[in-house]
Design a protein around this ligand. Structure first.
Ligand SMILES: C[S@@+](CC[C@H](N)C(=O)[O-])C[C@H]1O[C@@H](n2cnc3c(N)ncnc32)[C@H](O)[C@@H]1O
Length: 270
């Protein structure tokens, strides 16, 4: 039986999504660990990994906090949670605790954690403020919330020069509501929840045929566009025209696309 959070999650939790999340993590690992350094994530801390998925970040956070720290990894998907439990047990990482829960209704003790991390989670959540409020309550004074997520997606899509790609990305954008603009709102949301905004770091790159960002964008579109077609949110012929254009670009060494822009926003509990 699926949880409410699992049913709401647009991308599903099957094996294909699990594989995509691993590749996505590999593509953005260096930027992510740089954000952890900037946010002061370190040995001995208790860190909440919100919407951890299969836990690729939880395992690395487990290494970072070490045996004397704790990682509380929370996701709405039982399948992802089981995957992470198995990986953590195989690596004897008892500092990782895994829970299946909805991040909108977490009930952790006040002032009990040093830091929280949420990557590519809030873009899927219609009530991001609820999540940030709860995290702010749960953080100790001086504790940090680090969010890595999309921003300015509408502006990004409008600037895509390949017309069929632009059309499919418009459909992607519409399907997320204003979720892909979450990064633009984070400073305001954090402030409203009693967190002082310490840093907002822009994150991005350039996709060239075959590079990691190109493959990341392609992976996402191969998985998600059939879903948009099935829901009537994208015409089949527009999808087919896009793949024809994509294959042509993939053979053109001069082709390039900016990656969707993201931010890493760090808030401190005051
Ligand atoms: C794109 S994945 C990102 C996973 C992980 N944070 C990462 O960076 O690899 C989004 C995750 O958020 C989880 N999720 C979405 N809405 C949720 C909710 N309301 N409560 C708990 N988890 C949720 C999904 O199950 C999924 O695993």
């Amino acid at each position: 039986m699926s949880t409410a959070a699992e049913r709401d999650y647009l991308l599903g939790t099957n094996d294909e999504e699990l594989r995509r999340l691993q590749a996505q993590h590999n593509a953005w690992r260096a930027k992510t660990t740089d954000l952890w350094d900037r946010a002061g994530f370190r040995a001995g801390q208790t860190i909440l990994d919100l919407g951890c998925g299969p836990g690729f970040t939880s395992l690395e956070l487990g290494e970072r906090v070490g045996a004397g720290g704790r990682v509380l990894a929370v996701d709405g998907s039982k399948k992802f949670a089981d995957f992470l439990r198995h990986r953590a047990a195989s690596a004897s990482m008892t500092q990782i605790e895994v829970a299946v829960a909805d991040v909108r209704t977490l009930d952790l003790p006040a002032a009990s954690i040093d830091a929280a991390f949420a990557r590519w989670l809030l873009c899927f959540i219609k009530e991001p403020q609820k999540v940030i409020e709860q995290v702010a309550r749960t953080l100790k004074r001086g504790g940090r919330l680090l969010v890595m997520d999309y921003c300015a997606y509408g502006t990004f899509v409008a600037q895509i020069e390949y017309p069929h790609l632009r059309r499919v990305l418009q459909a992607v954008h519409r399907s997320f509501g204003d979720g892909l603009e979450i990064g633009d709102k984070l400073p305001h949301l954090m402030k409203r929840c009693g967190l002082a905004v310490m840093e907002v770091i822009p994150i991005g790159g350039i996709a060239r045929p075959g590079n990691r960002i190109w493959c990341w964008i392609e992976d996402f579109l191969r998985m998600y566009l059939p879903e948009l077609v099935a829901r009537g949110a994208l015409r089949e012929e527009d999808c087919a025209a896009h793949w024809e254009e994509w294959e042509t670009n993939a053979r053109d060494p001069q082709a390039s696309i900016a990656s969707p822009p993201m931010v890493g926003a760090i808030g401190v509990k005051v």
